[in-house]
Design a protein around this ligand. Structure first.
Ligand SMILES: C[S@@+](CC[C@H](N)C(=O)[O-])C[C@H]1O[C@@H](n2cnc3c(N)ncnc32)[C@H](O)[C@@H]1O
Length: 394
């Protein structure tokens, strides 16, 4: 068994620990910025295929104390690299550091690469070459103040790249963050979870993640992973094909409807194409509409959105509900709250925003406030419960 490490966005560690435990079949440990879960090659393959929240799946291969680049070289020299790749294959080394005494992380990466090449020349008679674009063996080196860990990145491309995104839109959420919003809300696409609605859907990320959950589609079912090219995984390829086939066979008709919309036709068009590629076109209903005017698509359900943010927000700058040139955040959120209070009684709304004053702008008291990081931007996922008739003023 190996302590597999799954890095994730800040704030999503506990959610990922739950998900990893479900996939691995036993408890996982949440740390800062990631989760550790014990497992073997099968566990690593299942995590790549099924995790919606992990950024990658990292397999530790060497670790120990270090003071300088020579120690890192010695650390990497101890690995039997010829058991991982052939000399015809390629590698890349990425480094990240927390309070490391090293002066140059590039030089540290270079020394790891030298160690792999020297060890391979010694044992296999030839050295692999570097490919920064699509390496067969991507290595991730983490250096702390005194301790270094070298991982093999079994995913390759980051896991938020599910393989279905064609059109981006302006400010798309990462698929992993959209999935974390759904997980934080406890929305799993089961019948009892009820309909889901994103009225500001952009390229459709939240709605597509939700529709895949509602259909039981695996997050990684449409992409490849680096472990498929690595020697230790070759004996497991038959099991891997079976795992992929079982995940495909598990998909079912959507158990709950998912609705989405955007004021911009360009965005609903992008989102529709993305949904087709993600295999959920039939499970999703898109409509080009103004969130400030659109009526509920179902009697009750969950609103989930990351609304526009910035100086001027709102309907394409052409004025929604009379806002000339787009609304200010105060105008937009107050109009959105008024619309919801009037028409969305019985719904709960989960809103991801870097705007910490959101509850006061909406004159609503949040019932939950979950810190989440959208890349470098600190956000909160606010939950508002829309109660019939009256609403608690903030
Ligand atoms: C931050 S983006 C959402 C990104 C989306 N979650 C994604 O992953 O692509 C906000 C979206 O709100 C849309 N929008 C702005 N004003 C709107 C309004 N009044 N009604 C509906 N959508 C609106 C914008 O067109 C934009 O696509």
């Amino acid at each position: 068994m190996t302590a597999i490490f799954l890095p994730c966005a800040g704030g999503t560690e506990a959610l990922l620990a739950d998900e990893a435990a479900r996939i691995a079949g036993h408890a996982a440990d949440a740390g800062r910025g990631g989760v550790w879960v014990e497992g073997d090659e099968r566990t690593a393959m299942a995590l790549n295929l099924e995790s919606r929240l992990a950024q990658r799946v990292l397999w530790p291969i060497a670790e120990g104390p270090y003071r300088d680049e020579h120690d890192l070289y010695d650390l990497a020299l101890r690995v039997r690299w010829d058991e991982w790749i052939t000399p015809q294959q390629t590698l890349r080394v990425d480094t990240s550091a927390v309070r490391s005494p090293l002066k140059s992380l590039n030089f540290a990466a270079l020394r790891i690469k030298d160690a792999v090449c020297d060890a391979m020349r010694e044992s296999a008679g030839a050295r692999p070459s570097v490919d920064t674009h699509r390496p067969d063996l991507p290595l991730a080196l983490f250096v702390g103040p005194e301790h270094a860990t070298l991982y093999v990145d079994l995913s390759g491309e980051a896991l938020f790249k599910r393989g279905w995104r064609d059109a981006q839109g302006e400010a798309p959420l990462k698929e992993t963050l959209a999935a974390a919003m759904l997980a934080a809300a406890g929305w799993q696409g089961r019948e009892e979870d009820g309909p889901l609605f994103d009225p500001c859907c952009g390229a459709g990320t939240i709605a597509i993640e939700a529709a895949q959950l509602a259909r039981g589609i695996a997050a990684g079912g449409q992409r490849r992973f680096t472990f498929e090219r690595l020697l230790p995984f070759k004996p497991h390829m038959a099991a891997w094909r079976e795992m992929q086939a079982a995940a495909k066979a598990r998909a079912h008709a959507a158990r709950v409807p998912v609705f989405a919309g955007d004021v911009s036709f360009r965005m609903t068009d992008f989102a529709t194409r993305n949904a087709e590629r993600a295999g959920v076109a039939g499970a999703l209903e898109f409509k080009t509409a103004d969130a400030l005017q659109r009526l509920p698509p179902a009697e009750r359900g969950t609103l989930m959105l990351n609304p526009p943010y910035g100086e001027r927000v709102g309907a394409k700058g052409q004025g929604s509900q009379g806002f000339e040139g787009g609304a200010t955040p105060a105008e937009f959120f107050s109009a959105l709250a008024a619309h919801w209070k009037h028409h969305y009684a019985g719904w709960s709304a989960w809103v991801l925003s870097p705007e910490m004053r959101l509850p006061s702008l909406m004159r609503l008291k949040e019932s939950r406030r979950v810190p989440l990081w959208n890349g470098p931007i600190e956000c909160r996922l606010f939950r508002f419960d829309m109660v019939a008739g009256s609403n608690k003023e903030a």
